[in-house]
Design a protein around this ligand. Structure first.
Ligand SMILES: Cc1cc2nc3c(=O)[nH]c(=O)nc-3n(C[C@H](O)[C@H](O)[C@H](O)COP(=O)(O)OP(=O)(O)OC[C@H]3O[C@@H](n4cnc5c(N)ncnc54)[C@H](O)[C@@H]3O)c2cc1C
Length: 421
C-alpha cells in the first residue's frame, strides 16, 4: 500500500481523489493463525501491529464483534499523560507517552497527537502536598512535571473560577507539558492500516462465542463465523473481559464492568488550549477542546454495573455542575452529544498484561478509565508477552500474580468500590 505523503495529497487532489486505496483489508477468517487477538479496540490493534513489526509474527488475526474502534477506543475523552505515582505504572505510562511522541511518523498516519499540556488542579494544602509528592516521584524517574501557583495558573488559563467565594477556591495546579490529547478514531485506523500492511487480518462483525481446548491447551476460538484455530489467543476486550474470561474458564477476575460517560458541546471558538482536570475528593471532572471546537468533558463512573453503552441522568447533572463550578462561562454553551463506554475496572486501579493459568491464553485488561493513553505501550508489551511467553521489564508488575500474593498496585484504586475511582 502506498505511503501517505504531501505528494499523494497533491496528486489525489489534482485527479479528483478517485484512487485512494482502502486503509486496511477487511479480511475474512482463515481456518488457523499463529496468534488471534480478540477485540478490535486500540489495544487489540496495537498488539497485532507490534507482533508483526517488533517480533515478525504476521500470521495474526484481530477478531472484532462489531466494527474496529466501536468500543471504548472510539468513545473516550482522549487524554494522554504519564503523571503516575506507583512503581509499575510510572515506567509503563512513560513508555507509552514516548511511543505517542513518534506515533504519527511510525504509523504513517496522523493520529493528531497534541502535546498541549495537562493541568491537575488542587484546592487544599493537603491535596497540594499529595500532588507534590507524586510529581517528585515522577521527576526522580525522569518524567516532566511542575508545580504552578494560583497566579501562574491564572496566566495560563484565565477563565477558571478563581473567586475566593467559589465552593472550591483554586490554589494551583500540577502541570505536565508533554501530556495532551490525540484523535481516537485516527489511532485505531492508523494501527489497523499499519498492521494490515504487515499482513495482519482484521476481521470485523465476528464475535468470539467460546474457546476450544485440547488437554489443557487452548487451541482456538469459536466465533459467529465458525471455528478458528491458533496456537496463542490474546484477549483485549476491555468492558467485556469478565464475560469472555468466564467462557474461557479463567474463573473470577478482580475486574468489574462500569459505565463511564462522555459529553461534547457545540463547537465554539478557541477557548481552552490545555487539558484541565480535578480529581477525587471534591468530585471528578476533566475537560479539553477538540480540534473541531467542541468542549469534550467527563467525570466519574455511573453508580452501578452495566453493559449498556449509555449513561444515566444523575451523573449527567453532576458533570454539568462540575463544569459550571470550574468554568462558569460554559453555562452558555449547548451540549451536543453524550454517550458511555464500558470500563474494565480493576480493584487496584492498575491493568493486567499477562499470561494466564490457561496455556495459550493471554490477558490484556483492567484499564479502568485510563486505557486510551496506554494504547501504544499496552500493544507493545502485550505483543512482547505473547511472543516471548514472559512479560517485558516494563509490564513485569502488571500480571495477575499480584492478586495471588497480595502485592496490589494502588493508583487511585478504591479496592472493592470501583465506582469511587
Ligand atoms: C467515556 C470514556 C472516557 C474515557 N477517557 C479516557 C481518557 O481521557 N484517557 C484515557 O487514557 N482513557 C480514557 N478512557 C478509557 C479508554 O477508552 C479505555 O481504557 C481503552 O480504550 C480500552 O482499551 P480498548 O481500546 O482496546 O477497548 P475497546 O475499544 O472497548 O475494545 C474492546 C473491543 O472488544 C470487542 N469485543 C468484546 N467482546 C468481544 C467478543 N466476544 N468477540 C469479539 N470482539 C469482542 C468490543 O466490541 C470492542 O471493540 C475513557 C473511556 C470512556 C468510555
Amino acid at each position: 500500500m502506498s505511503r501517505y505523503s504531501a505528494w499523494q495529497i497533491v496528486k489525489q487532489g489534482l485527479t479528483g481523489n478517485k484512487s485512494w486505496e482502502p486503509a486496511w483489508r477487511d479480511a475474512s477468517p482463515k481456518s488457523s493463525y499463529d496468534v488471534i487477538i480478540i477485540g478490535g479496540g486500540g489495544h487489540g490493534l496495537a498488539t497485532a501491529y507490534y507482533l508483526a513489526k517488533n517480533h515478525g509474527i504476521t500470521n495474526v488475526a484481530v477478531i472484532e464483534k462489531g466494527w474496529i474502534g466501536g468500543g471504548n477506543a472510539g468513545r473516550n475523552t482522549t487524554i494522554v499523560r504519564s503523571n503516575y505515582f506507583m512503581e509499575g505504572n510510572t515506567e509503563f505510562y512513560e513508555h507509552s507517552l514516548k511511543l505517542w511522541e513518534n506515533l504519527s511518523q511510525e504509523l504513517n498516519y496522523n493520529v493528531m497527537f497534541s502535546q498541549r499540556g495537562h493541568l491537575n488542579l488542587f484546592f487544599t494544602p493537603g491535596q497540594r502536598d499529595a500532588m507534590i509528592r507524586k510529581y517528585n516521584i515522577m521527576r526522580l524517574n525522569g518524567i516532566d512535571g511542575e508545580l504552578l501557583d494560583r497566579d501562574q495558573l491564572m496566566s495560563k488559563v484565565p477563565h477558571l473560577n478563581y473567586s475566593q467565594e467559589a465552593r472550591l477556591p483554586i490554589l494551583g495546579a500540577l502541570y505536565q507539558g508533554r501530556a495532551g490529547t490525540a484523535r481516537h478514531d485516527a489511532v485505531n485506523w492508523g494501527y489497523a492500516r499499519a498492521a494490515s500492511n504487515l499482513g495482519v487480518d482484521i476481521i470485523q462483525n465476528c464475535e468470539v462465542t467460546g474457546f476450544i481446548s485440547n488437554g489443557g491447551q487452548l487451541v482456538g476460538v469459536e466465533t459467529s463465523r465458525g471455528e478458528i484455530r491458533a496456537e496463542k489467543v490474546g484477549m483485549a476486550v476491555a468492558g467485556s473481559t469478565s464475560l469472555l474470561a468466564h467462557k474461557a474458564g479463567l474463573g473470577r477476575l478482580p475486574i468489574e464492568s462500569h459505565k463511564l460517560q462522555a459529553f461534547v458541546s457545540e463547537p465554539i471558538k478557541p477557548f481552552l488550549d490545555s487539558v484541565v482536570v480535578y480529581g477525587v475528593g471534591h468530585g471528578h471532572f476533566y475537560i479539553s477542546q477538540s480540534d473541531k471546537g467542541g468542549m469534550v468533558f467527563g467525570g466519574n463512573l455511573d453508580g452501578y454495573n452495566s453493559y449498556a453503552q449509555k449513561g444515566n441522568l444523575p451523573l449527567y447533572t453532576d458533570v454539568a455542575s462540575c463544569a459550571m463550578n470550574m468554568m462558569p462561562a460554559l453555562g452558555r454553551v449547548k451540549l451536543l452529544r453524550q454517550w458511555a463506554g464500558i470500563m474494565d475496572m480493576s480493584m487496584d486501579g492498575s491493568p493486567f498484561i499477562t499470561k494466564t493459568d490457561i496455556n495459550g491464553l493471554y490477558l490484556n485488561a483492567g484499564w479502568c478509565y485510563g486505557g486510551f493513553k496506554a494504547t501504544p505501550a499496552s500493544g507493545w508489551c502485550f505483543a512482547h508477552t505473547i511472543a516471548h511467553d514472559a512479560p517485558h521489564d516494563v509490564n513485569k508488575l502488571l500480571t495477575l500474580d499480584r492478586y495471588k500474593t497480595g502485592h496490589m498496585l494502588d493508583e487511585s484504586g478504591h479496592g472493592p468500590y470501583p465506582k469511587s475511582h
